[in-house]
Write a protein that binds this ligand. Sequence first.
Ligand code: GLC
Ligand code: CA
Length: 559
Amino acid sequence: MTSWWKDAIVYQIYPRSFNDSNDDGIGDINGITEKLNYLKTLGIDIIWLSPLYQSPNDDNGYDISDYQAIMDEFGTMAEYDLMLKRAKELGIHIMMDLVVNHTSDEHAWFQASKQSKDNPKRDYYIWKDPLPDGSAPTNWGAAFGGSAWEYDEKTNQYFLHLFSKKQPDLNWENEAMRQDIYEMMRFWLEKGVSGFRMDVINMISKDRHFPDGKLLKTGYGDGSPYYFNGPKVHDYLQEMHQEALTGYQTITVGEMPNVSVEQAKKYTGKDRQELDMVFHFEHVGLGDGELGKWSPEDWSLIELKAIFSTWQEGLDAVGWNSLYWSNHDQPRAISRFGNDSEAYRVRSGKMLATALHMLKGTPYIFQGEEIGMTNVSFNDLADYRDLETLNAYDELVGKDLLTNEEMLAAIHARGRDNARTPMQWSDEFQAGFTEGTPWIPINPNYSDINVVAALEDENSLFYYYQQLIALRKKYPIIVEGRYQVLYPDHEDIYLYKRVLDKQELWVLTNFSDKKVFVDIDVTLAEGQCLIANIGKGIKQKEASIELEPYQAAVYLFDK
Ligand code: GLC
Ligand code: CA
């Protein structure tokens, strides 16, 4: 084992929604510090912090106006340093979010850049002349609605923003800009952070020909072939590694929409000096329809398994996988992939955790996942905060592409605010998150689903996660074993094994609400049951095993 983080588990904190220490309704740094012991109890090694930097919060901190200052609402740099110190004392590493595809339009660089065409910072961003008829340089749509270009009257040019118009894209062709980014990264590493989660990092290199994209239903063009995995992205990442990471003990993960396993081999290849791993989007994109996640369609477990198998096999021995069911951009895991009914919430949550944590790679837990938080269904649009959701509502309902009911249903199923309702600490006022008014309403189910209840119940999801984490530390086969899928074409169950030397680890999970019978060629009683979400494990009669709805168990065999 070469890398220090190979057997580590990462826990993601979305600071705004984690814990509010001063009752202004917004989670903050001191709130995180207060809960470090809780995370230590869970057993995690690394915390990934969603952005804490100075930001006008158009996109909740993913629009940064100063990379080296803390957002006022979250606290001070001194409080940050204290949190880092406390975490270290507990043996917990901190991983920062690195958002360098774009900045806020309120960043000093952009403020200077828009002053004039000859400003020294002009070229830090991507400016282009209007077409002869005055229209935008390309037909590309932005991820958060509207055109990807915004016109600036003062200098009579457009600037590119692949996200909101308050998130202008940085120009990675500019050497001085790149050096400023590397210097900023070293500032954080010098403080003692242990790495970065890199926001949409496969979008930093654009095709400089700026072709139009295929027209979409929204009326805008799909520019994605021209800015994902662009011509110089590997050069930039190798340079970044060389200039900013060398000499530090880091862990890095690149967030990459639209990445294939073949491309990921390059990004994570052991001898290429780019990144340790990537977040791909294939499983979380299952069922995306013509309007993406806003027109969800049915998907099957067979597809999900094929995705996991492709990535497990593809990166084996070449790179490394990151493993996740959810994050701050995704619906809650149990609602999306399991069953959030009262009868099956906890059991299916344990099943999902088993299926994921026994794979080869680094597991990521998103805050609240460990207590089985679920999606929320606000019926009033006014209760939603996410600009992506609100802009998509205006665009899609506004253009009659979806009805109000269809859009609300899609928001309930897939909207980002599902992940962003506050962490449910107790059944007390505002779920123990704040004594004030939370910036987004609490999920009303906090009276049943909360940390206090989970800690009091020895059969809770929390302790199950704790057990899974402990297993990874104890059994090298979970870290290193080769993956082999069984029954790839079965519609309801996901069975796979991991193989290391003379050992085999069998992972048996039922993703359906039905009882399933299937034959296997081992006798489970001859193995050791490492963990199970129902009683002592799975019933077997001769070759045939019987899997209860959402049952999961893991067996270790010494052959
Ligand atoms: C990433 C972040 C998301 C953000 C977007 C733009 O996808 O995870 O929250 O809105 O990038 O920065
Ligand atoms: Ca606060």
